[in-house]
Design a protein around this ligand. Structure first.
Ligand code: PLP
Length: 444
């Protein structure tokens, strides 16, 4: 039996079963810089940094050597009961200094989902301990992606979440997706659209009662929703409403954090002042599973006070703040602050120029993005923005053809999404868009 045969014993997450049945999986063998190679020696430019995370190269020697040293010294330990590795202390001091708001505490999980899930748990913990057990409602947006645990899948505003019974859980409300090109009324400006969404938020809060709402979750740029930057004035309109009703803003910086948008945080790019920041992915450049929750002093104080009667914070994960993960994160931050972030800033204009130039292609309705992230939304008719019939199939077909041409890019709904590694060069940006244009011509 060929090892490419499908099905195999491996259950493929988020994979297209008909493609697997036809072609089997791409067996990824090794990586080098911005490229990966499969087991047949074929080379692919990784236009998505893996899953937005492998931003410092697929063979980054500094991270590998750091991991080797860390494994040789203390290959594993937990952080419960007052015992902790030095790297976790060092990393936390560094992360609170880098945070986009005043911050003084970091809690570690093992993934973005776990981190967002823990935020909900902490918000509900505060509700219970502060005598407001009814304060449970969670606000999110359609098309958001916040993870795949029961609660974070519920925060995720994608239709497929409803495939599991009872999801989204009843505590979640999804507001309008802030995508001006798709969702604005005819002739509505970006700022007017933002004002309308702030009004929607305020009406939702009033309808439910502010006392019932535990928090508002938002990615600075919606990533898995199809790279949707907020419209002009969006967070400037949303935040005063949240403040007025005392609702915490949770910035899900799992994709945007540590440089992706061209500022160190998406919150800085869009003027967000969050109470809590969630980070993951880039914090270890994908070399180790990690999620981090960064807390403002006010949040820290409330959590400390609420946990006092339990004598300990009543939550934690066996491998949270793993000593090897924390050492890798320190090395990743060295790399990011030592040059990779500067490269994002330097390369973003060229990336955005070439991305937007794709808008002249007959299949592309909108080319949008910021920093080193972007999306091309496919339409059958540019004027009416009518999607292709079988919309998913078009972007799926484009990405499959791109794969044959040596480029990995991701179909997300009707969009093709790009988020190359932070270390990409201008020549590689041209290579990426050269392959993509050829691919669109072939599919058209
Ligand atoms: N939040 C955002 C914005 C994400 O993009 C993702 C994953 O892509 C998550 C949370 C969930 O992270 P993980 O897959 O590590 O659980």
């Amino acid at each position: 039996m060929s090892r490419r045969n499908y099905p195999s014993a491996f259950m493929h997450p988020f994979s297209h079963i008909p493609t697997l049945e036809e072609e089997g999986p791409v067996i990824v063998d090794r990586g080098e810089g911005v490229y990966i190679y499969d087991d047949r020696g074929r080379k692919y430019l990784e236009g998505n940094s893996g899953l937005w995370n492998v931003v410092l190269g697929f063979d980054n020697k500094k991270l590998i050597e750091t991991a080797q040293r860390a494994y040789a010294k203390l290959p594993a330990y937990h952080a419960f009961f007052g015992r902790v590795g030095q790297a976790a202390l060092d990393l936390s001091e560094r992360v609170v200094k880098l945070a986009p708001m005043e911050a003084n505490r970091v809690f570690y999980a093992n993934s973005g989902s776990e981190a967002n899930d823990t935020v909900v748990k902490l918000l509900w913990f505060l509700a219970e301990q502060e005598g407001k057990p009814h304060r449970r409602l969670l606000l999110s947006r359609k098309n958001a992606y916040h993870g795949m645990t029961v609660i974070t899948a519920s925060l995720t505003g994608k239709d497929y979440v409803k495939s599991a019974s009872g999801l989204p859980v009843k505590e979640v409300r999804h507001l309008t997706c802030p995508h001006h090109w798709r969702e604005a009324l005819p002739k509505e400006s970006e700022t007017d659209f933002s004002q309308r969404l702030a009004l929607e938020l305020e009406q939702t809060i009033r309808n439910t009662g502010p006392d019932y709402i535990a928090g508002f979750f938002a990615e600075p740029v919606m990533g898995a929703g199809g790279v949707i930057p907020p419209p002009e004035g969006y967070f400037q309109a949303i935040q005063p409403v949240l403040k007025k009703y005392g609702i915490p803003l949770i910035a899900d910086e799992v994709i945007c954090g540590f440089g992706r948008t061209g500022e160190f945080w998406g919150s800085q790019t869009y003027g967000m002042k969050p109470d809590i920041v969630v980070a993951s992915k880039v914090i270890t450049a994908g070399f180790f599973p990690m999620g981090a929750i960064i807390l403002s002093p006010e949040m820290t104080e409330r959590i400390d006070k609420a946990s006092a009667k339990y004598e300990e914070l009543p939550t934690g994960f066996t491998t949270g703040a793993h000593p090897v993960g924390c050492a890798i994160a320190m090395a990743a931050l060295d790399e990011i602050e030592g040059g990779a972030f500067a490269n994002v800033k330097a390369r973003s204009p060229e990336f955005q120029k070439q991305l937007r130039a794709m808008a002249d292609h007959p299949m592309v309705g909108e080319a949008r993005g910021v920093g080193l992230m972007g999306a091309l939304e496919m339409v059958a008719d540019k004027k009416t923005k009518a999607p292709f019939a079988g919309n998913l199939d078009v972007s799926e077909r484009v990405s499959r053809q791109a794969l044959k041409n040596g480029l990995i890019c991701r179909p997300l709904g009707a969009s093709i999404v790009l988020a190359p590694p932070f270390i990409i060069t201008d020549a590689q940006i041209s290579e990426l868009f050269g392959i993509l244009r050829k691919t669109l011509d072939e599919v058209y």
